[in-house]
Design a protein around this ligand. Sequence first.
Ligand code: WT7
Length: 635
Amino acid sequence: MENALIKSESDYTNKYKQSTENPERFWAEIADNFTWFKKWDNVYKCNMKSADFKWFEGAKTNISFNCIDRHLENKGDKTAIIFEPNNPNEEAKHISFKELHHEVCKMANVLLNNGIKKGDRVCIYLPMIPELAITVLACARIGAIHSVVFAGFSSLALATRIQDCSCKTVITSDGGYRGAKTLNLKKIVDNALTDCKSIESVIVVKRTNEDVNMQNNRDLWLHEELEKVSSTCEAAILDSEDPLFILYTSGSTGKPKGMMHTTGGYMVYSAYTFKNVFQYQENDVYWCTADIGWITGHSYIVYGPLLNGATTVMFEGVPSYPDFGRFWEVVQKHKVNQFYTAPTAIRALAKESLDWVKKHNLSSLKVLGSVGEPINEEAWNWYNENIGNSKCPIVDTWWQTETGGILISPLPNITKTKPAFATLPLPGVQPCLMDENKKELHGNNVSGSLCIKFPWPSVARTIWGNHQRYLETYFSAYPGYYFTGDGALRDEDGFYRITGRMDDVIIVSGHNLGTAPIEEAINEHENIAESAIVGYPHDIKGNALYGYVIVKNNPNNEEEALHLRNDINALITKQVGAIAKLDKIQFVSGLPKTRSGKIMRRILRKIAEGDVSNLGDTSTLLNPEIVDEIQNGKI
Ligand code: WT7
């Protein structure tokens, strides 16, 4: 990737210019860094109106080969993955590229042995253990499409995702460690599978050694399956546009959206952005604290780093276990050079004593990263001063599950950083801001809806099974443009600051939560008629959830009310997951609605924030009197 490395401010300006003047040449030069079994016929053929995207069409490659095999000759013994277990007393594992090759080939053979073929969907529901990365790479090796489901999701959420793309198999583990807790993953899978007809087998990794129920003719232990297979498995020769993975993200309706990414474009873009945004140098140790269940983990724990032959840390645990010094202990232990985490983690750790930081030697750090939500100035400053010792540039990286890779971010020691600013687009990315009349805003000191006006290689190709929904969600608000759903401003320097979501998605602790699925879960309760969820600012989580709930029979006393609140959160935990629990629940007799029956969330948001001085125009409300009632009864 050395020829794709941006080295200075003027280099950035030049490359940016090249990328807009001759995108074909720009991307072809970057793509030349990879192994292609056959070169492409066209660099790209894209249509932003019909959302039809083809990159490196006609080319043949394999991303697993590019992540592993390509490095064997020169760095077979280099560590590819450092596995840091949840329990600090359990030894860390260093997996070399050679060993990774061996493991991935065996896992690929287990899949093949169990009837998995190119194009089949494989659900991966695993904790952050090496087998997770290995399975992802094994699927890619044989052309199976992986669908990783974050192991914090409930059985119902898992079932929905398995059904949506009709997965043939699930890879899971007996259990998982997360801080002081143990998760019973196999049990969750068993519950999910009562209603998943497409599943033919379940492959179970042994991690916690707890008793699990193994169903005859369906469930298999991975360690037994591994004994039956060889460690040779040729990488399949795949088309650049063959699907690589599906990853679900919440939307404004109940059904999650299965974002589909393909092989060649995603490979080129994840590797290019990893190299530049983290300025990775050979022998650096890179650590991203995300879970592979999210896009950050796909692109910047597994694919981006390994494509660059980097050493990537995989951490099983949480920042608070066994104490609040854990992140810094791991940085010291593995001499981490690039550290990439989420604002919610930074805020949580900034609340604790600085002694947790000071106890550790963080001098190996060169670059700090942030992702997932806007990072507030206070958290930015704390991160900069206490973790980076005011010497490590902070890359505030803006992107989405849909974009596959980072689109807007400073480049370390090249772009001037500004707290809370994602700053500038990477060369090849053309963001713009749109006004209310759907016109592009030119010049600086403007704010509007953030759109992207030119395709990039790792844009999602579709929503699995529903291209119409893909078109409507991202390409219809501003025809010819990709609409991100975010609001942003461009300051006097042309730097972008992301101001937040413009739709019904709320980011809680860095997790994207659609309000609809949560409301649907609550409405299942027999005593609840309707509900509306909004977000309100929270010190650590960024946003917390506030639910307005219309009950059919009001609770008679505090005890009954508490009971009902617990019931509501239990329903949410079951249907969506514990991350979507409500912090506050207010019982109301009605919700403010427009004449067309739409809930006016703007008003509910203001009340939840405690900012009722200016509720804006309520004249279009069908029931303005409800606003007073809700305001007076605010909890
Ligand atoms: C949404 C996408 C991209 C990986 C993690 C989240 C918000 C993400 C930033 C940032 C401000 C950010 C946006 C975006 N977001 N990064 N640096 N500054 N906001 O992926 O779950 O698909 O969520 O996260 O609102 O649209 P995701």
